[in-house]
Design a binder for this molecule. Structure first.
Ligand code: URA
Length: 480
């Protein structure tokens, strides 16, 4: 080793990140360091406001980064590394930049290192990425808006949220798509985002006292939560891990939780008395449910000339898809979603990367409701009462399959899951925590898309596709 080289090898470099969540900045600097052959132990990474450089006390700001030699090879990184790094960089651990650089450095000589699940750097980075994904999910699920008026009288919705990590900017797109027609602000101690219907704006960190407190929207959430709370299904552990206490203070419905848990047993007894729960009668296996629904005449639909159509799919499916009711072709074949709506659903599922054959696909109502016009059987929408009567069966299927995520398509399916009618546009594209620890996502029904033409159809298909992509993303998080 010559003198010049050994002197250069002792130099330390300091990289000050422009923002705590700036993946592009980290990547540019990291690539340059790799190309210059600067080993991880000679680089100190500091985030804005970070204390940072303990090890290079003698050269506070380190040396300016050198230019890489023109013929230096480019840094290589596997797809898996980039996708994990994009999440991990949002973690609040101050060592994340250095850890990522160490892995990038090691990737140059061992391109498959991310596959080594015993490697401590790989494990650590995967853990960081996982807690960031979890934090994002909590933000999607637990942001609660309060209504205020802007100076010009426009309605404005403001929410307070306390993320663990630097996830606010990365999640702006989710809220922009989800609440495109509202003016909203999400205030957090890690920075704020605002949407005025056209652009997303950012502002510095806020405090809890900057956000409004109570307003009538809270009543909506409380009523909604009490109505979906089913004491017979309550699993306190699962519910608490999905809705940890730290979020309760911002969630109006959380006030009800202790009371609902305490009252669950007596409510269950009341429901048994009222005939809503028949522990003895509810069949537990899919085969027994199928036999029972074939014999079901609890409403008039079962009296029509039709056959019951049971759900189809693996009993251990993580995803359950719920439609409205079988149509003409489903009635003839005895299988759900095989006609035109099913074919359109298949196209969108496959585009979103969701394997239909790994989902349990069923309907809110088990028999085809129709009126006969000549030789045609014309579809009739089931009434709310009919959906409520048939809820018994979809709940039995849910108990047998125990899906982690339920996708309800259209208003009847949403009612079957929530026990109340909701407007699809106000609930679609966001997770709704259910009381057994699973979560519900609601989207439009494919038959609705089939009834549209031209631009309206294109626009709605895009929204449907977006919803399915969110579901696929969430499924892979749950499975991870
Ligand atoms: N529409 C539904 O909701 N379900 C089916 O099975 C077919 C069409």
């Amino acid at each position: 080793m010559n003198m010049l080289q050994s002197a250069a090898d002792r130099k330390h470099y300091s990289v000050i990140m422009s923002r705590a969540d700036d993946f592009d900045c980290w990547r540019d600097q990291a690539r340059r360091l790799v190309r210059c052959g600067i080993a991880p132990e000679r680089v100190m990474w500091t985030e804005p406001g970070g204390l940072g450089d303990l090890f290079s006390a003698g050269s506070r700001d380190g040396e300016a980064l050198p230019e890489p030699p023109a013929n230096a090879p480019h840094a290589r990184a596997s797809k898996r590394f980039v996708s994990v790094a994009r999440n991990a960089i949002l973690h609040s651990d101050p060592e994340r930049f250095a850890l990522l650089y160490r892995l990038l450095w090691r990737l140059q000589s061992n391109p498959r290192i991310m596959e080594d699940k015993t490697d401590s750097d790989v494990r650590r980075i995967e853990d960081l990425a996982k807690s960031v994904r979890r934090d994002s999910h909590k933000m999607h699920a637990f942001v609660r808006f309060r209504e205020v008026q802007d100076e010009d009288g426009t309605e404005h919705y403001v929410a307070w949220f306390e993320p663990d990590h630097h996830i606010v900017r990365a999640n702006a797109g989710f809220f922009k798509r989800r609440f495109a027609n509202m003016h909203w602000s999400i205030l957090t101690p890690k920075g704020c985002i605002h949407w005025d219907g056209k652009t997303v704006r950012e502002s510095p960190p806020a405090q809890r006292s900057d956000a409004p407190d109570n307003d009538p929207t809270e009543d909506f959430w409380r009523k909604y939560y009490a109505s979906i709370f089913n004491p017979a299904r309550l699993k306190v552990g699962a519910m608490m891990s999905e809705m940890p206490k730290k979020y309760w203070k911002n969630m109006p419905e959380a006030e009800l939780i202790p009371e609902l848990i305490a009252g669950a047993q007596s409510r269950e007894a009341q429901m048994v008395d009222a005939g809503a729960i028949e522990h003895e009668a509810r069949p537990e296996t899919l085969e027994a449910i199928e036999r029972a629904i074939s014999a079901c005449r609890n409403c008039e639909i079962g009296e029509l000339a039709n056959q019951a159509v049971m759900g189809a799919g693996p009993q251990d499916a993580a995803l359950m898809i719920v439609g409205e009711q079988p149509g003409d072709q489903e009635d003839q074949s005895g299988r759900p979603f095989v006609g035109p709506a099913g074919q359109l659903l298949d196209v969108h599922l496959s585009e979103a990367g969701i394997a239909r054959d790994r989902a349990y696909v069923t309907n809110a109502v088990k028999h085809f409701k129709y009126v006969q016009r000549g030789k045609w059987r014309i579809h009739q929408t089931p009434t709310a009462k009919e959906v409520d009567t048939c809820r018994w069966w979809v709940e039995a299927e849910r108990d047998a399959v125990k899906p982690k995520l339920i996708l309800a398509l259209g208003a009847s399916a949403a009612r079957a899951m929530l026990g109340k009618t909701v407007s699809i546009n106000s609930v679609r594209g966001q997770p709704i925590a259910l009381d057994d620890g699973s979560e519900l996502w609601i989207s439009a029904h494919p038959s609705y898309l089939l009834r549209l033409d031209g631009d309206a159809r294109k626009q709605q298909e895009q929204l449907f596709q977006n919803d399915l992509s969110e579901v696929r993303e969430r499924l892979s998080q749950i499975a991870a």
